[in-house]
Design a protein around this ligand. Structure first.
Ligand code: BYC
Length: 317
């Protein structure tokens, strides 16, 4: 844009004033390029997480232990697809091209949540993903319902309603396992042991290692810091683990009377960055699955485009 520096400063000032007054930013409003870029980055990565997140659970639909569990899991995975689609639409309102966004996922340029690079190896993993992974996701996403960008905030309201159902279905599934045979209980504990730390990593690097946080908080894209949300998640989840009779795999987990929070051990950030950089247990498999789905679905998109063109031609004729 050909604009004098003063004009830009004034626009930025007015933009920040709007944010400070809690007025939502809408797609046609003026916004700083960096605000737009940050949102495209975060919302597209969020969309990718929903879509890649369908894979570990989708793998269990055919192996669910009964018809009720199968129907519930099928509906949950379908919900995740819906979340991905709302979020891709929300990215488009910022002027981003959906196909290019998806290509960035497939080429490894765009990130998606680290958690989905861990395998779901037993049925207990499915309950645990619902309980811990969706639980962590809600903790982060409830705050995003108040994000300064209107389309993202509104999309998150519906997503959060569904996520909270997901979290409860996960917990309910684990209640059943934990009250089952000793083998079933052990299976639940094993899932807890593998998913606890990766769930804490979902909130992102600690605040002093989070390059995007300060600006995102100022723009009210983020309302709470990564560490604040992680702490709220730990505080909310420990009593739930007690109800299930599961042990959290952290010898240093302890209630702190002074802070009114649980203390916990340091996170293995090396593992986190390894997974984010593409070296987690399932990164390769996940991207291959998404790329294959795109290739195999190409004919459907081509047919839909051809049909749309034909209809448009008929209309003009
Ligand atoms: N994994 O400066 P920071 C779900 C990256 S899906 C991978 O703190 P920011 C579900 C971060 O992107 C829910 N990368 O960043 C689906 C940044 O790199 P770039 C997913 C991560 O953006 C199916 C760098 O690290 N939820 O619910 O201020 C089944 C530095 O971080 C991660 C969302 O996507 C990670 N865990 O804060 C079941 C929520 N953490 O982009 C369930 C929306 C950080 O600069 N996203 N990075 O190259 C957010 O709220 C924020 O983007 C984050 C990170 C809190 C995740």
């Amino acid at each position: 844009m050909n604009m004098k520096p003063m004009d830009l400063q004034e626009l930025e000032k007015r933009f920040q004033e709007k944010i400070d007054k809690e007025i939502k930013i809408e797609p046609n409003d003026w916004m700083p390029d960096e605000y737009r870029k940050t949102l495209i980055r975060q919302i597209s990565q969020h969309a990718h997480s929903e879509i890649v997140g369908m894979l570990p659970e989708g793998n269990w639909i055919t192996r669910a232990p009964n018809l009720r569990r199968k129907a519930v899991l099928l509906a949950k995975v379908q919900d995740e697809a819906g979340h991905g689609l709302y979020l891709y639409s929300s990215v488009e309102t910022l002027g981003a091209d959906r196909e290019a966004t998806i290509d960035d996922l497939h080429s490894g340029k765009a990130k998606y949540s680290s958690i989905f690079n861990y395998p779901a190896v037993t049925w207990a993993d499915i309950g645990t993903i619902g309980w811990l992974v969706d639980g962590a996701a809600i903790m982060n996403q409830v705050a995003l319902c108040r994000c300064s960008y209107g389309p993202y905030a509104r999309g998150m309201v519906k997503i959060c309603k569904e996520e909270s159902f997901h979290q409860r279905q996960g917990f309910e599934s684990l209640v059943t396992l934990c009250n089952g045979t000793p083998t079933q209980k052990a299976m639940a504990q094993d899932a807890m042991n593998r998913f606890w730390w990766p769930s804490l990593m979902m909130f992102g690097p600690s605040d002093d290692e989070s390059p995007n946080s300060a600006q995102s908080m100022k723009w009210k894209i983020k309302r709470f810091s990564n560490d604040e949300l992680r702490q709220s998640f730990v505080d909310a989840t420990v009593p739930q683990a007690e109800i299930l009779g599961l042990t959290i795999p952290d010898p240093n987990l302890k209630w702190n009377e002074e802070t009114g929070h649980y203390d916990f051990s340091p996170i293995n950030w090396d593992e986190f960055w390894q997974v984010v950089k593409g070296n987690g247990p399932c990164n390769k498999e996940r991207i291959e699955a998404r790329t294959k789905a795109k290739e195999e679905g190409m004919w459907v998109r081509e047919a839909a485009m051809a049909y749309a063109e034909k209809r448009a031609l008929k209309k003009t004729a």
